[in-house]
Design a binder for this molecule. Structure first.
Ligand SMILES: Nc1ccn([C@@H]2O[C@H](COP(=O)(O)OP(=O)(O)OP(=O)(O)O)[C@@H](O)[C@H]2O)c(=O)n1
Ligand SMILES: C/C(=C\CO)CCC[C@H](C)CCC[C@H](C)CCCC(C)C
Length: 300
């Protein structure tokens, strides 16, 4: 029986996905354990190997992330109810953290083609929850208070609902195959979220073309959105999904962050919610600057 590194490179054709590679490796080397895989494999492939042989893995991860989302929002409900956090700040922290924490869970799903759809069930189920409480079918004052500006349940049907719809689309359309989805979520969650917090507090100098927005808020959005995008891209690169080359992508990322910041600053919020315009701008630009790649390159 050949050991792994006796695989001839041409035997691992370029068209093979990581799942096929690993399945072929497992067929050929059924007793290969992650510890015996070549040391220079990126961490992600070790997780792949383990996951490939664990049926029901994705269902378990989906359940854990769903539970995590419920607990996370419940935590801020409680902090708001006990007046430890103000309603506006609580809503913004949930806005900044929820979508990012959700995306950071993506690498723990398997390479199965169905993984993205299972993952999308998490924001989709939160969307159903927002509809049920936003339409008044059920009542939960704590949830409404922690996710709305003025405590009106119908507010859940705007910003928060658009937010989870964007999460569903980014998960299904892009998944881990392109940096675009990660950048879009970083700009929507971190960028738009920090603009509100910084802008309300330090935004005395308003923008010339929009007296509701400030220089401080927009500069904070650009800088924090750019930095969080870089951090997320580094994380997905560390997990083995695509290369992280600051020199190659830094300028393109700055251009995307600037475009999203400019769109957010426009006086169109009363008609078009930032939770739609910011990720949409990022995705349109990102598709040109960061082409969609296959999730993994075949094993060497
Ligand atoms: N570039 C920005 C963005 C926001 N703000 C401040 O943050 C407040 C809320 O910003 P806005 O974009 O209207 O909030 P949303 O993103 O719509 O968030 P939410 O709907 O969750 O309140 C603004 O009134 C303003 O005081 C700012 O100064 N500069
Ligand atoms: C108030 C919000 C937007 C308004 O601009 C954010 C709404 C958040 C959703 C109600 C909850 C989203 C939960 C995530 C999809 C899952 C998070 C899981 C993670 C492990 C915490």
């Amino acid at each position: 029986m050949r050991v792994l590194d006796e695989y001839e490179p041409e035997e691992v054709t370029k068209s093979m996905t990581s799942a096929k590679c690993i399945r072929r490796v497992l067929e050929e080397f059924p007793d290969v354990m992650p510890a015996e895989l070549p040391e220079d494999l990126p961490p992600r492939r070790r997780v792949d190997h383990a996951i490939e042989v664990m049926p029901g893995h994705d269902v378990g991860v989906t359940f854990l992330v769903l539970l995590g989302g419920y607990v996370w929002v419940k935590l801020f409900n409680s902090l708001t109810k006990r007046q430890i956090l103000g309603q506006k700040l609580s809503r913004k922290i949930v806005h900044i953290t929820s979508g990012l924490l959700f995306a950071l869970c993506w690498p723990f799903f398997s390479v199965s083609p169905w993984a993205r759809y299972l993952a999308a069930l998490v924001p989709a189920s939160n969307g159903v929850r927002l509809l049920v409480y936003g339409l008044g079918i059920l009542k939960d004052d704590g949830l409404v208070k922690s996710l709305s500006r003025e405590g009106d349940p119908r507010e859940l049907l705007r910003g928060p609902l658009y937010y989870v719809v964007v999460l569903v689309f980014c998960t299904i359309l892009f998944w881990r195959d392109s940096p675009t989805s990660i950048i879009a979520l970083a700009m929507m969650c971190a960028g738009d979220g920090i603009a509100d917090i910084v802008g309300r507090r330090f935004g005395s100098k308003k923008l010339l073309y929009n007296s509701d927005k400030s220089w401080a808020g927009s500069i904070a959005m650009f800088l924090f959105g750019f930095i969080v995008s870089l951090g997320c891209l580094w994380y997905f690169s560390f997990m083995g999904f695509y290369p992280f080359d600051l020199e190659a992508m830094g300028l393109q990322l700055a251009a995307v962050a600037l475009a999203a910041t400019l769109v957010e600053s426009l006086p169109i919020t009363n008609r078009l919610d930032d939770n739609l315009t910011v990720p949409l701008t990022t995705i349109i630009l990102g598709l040109f600057l960061f082409p969609v790649k296959s999730t993994m390159t075949p094993l060497p």
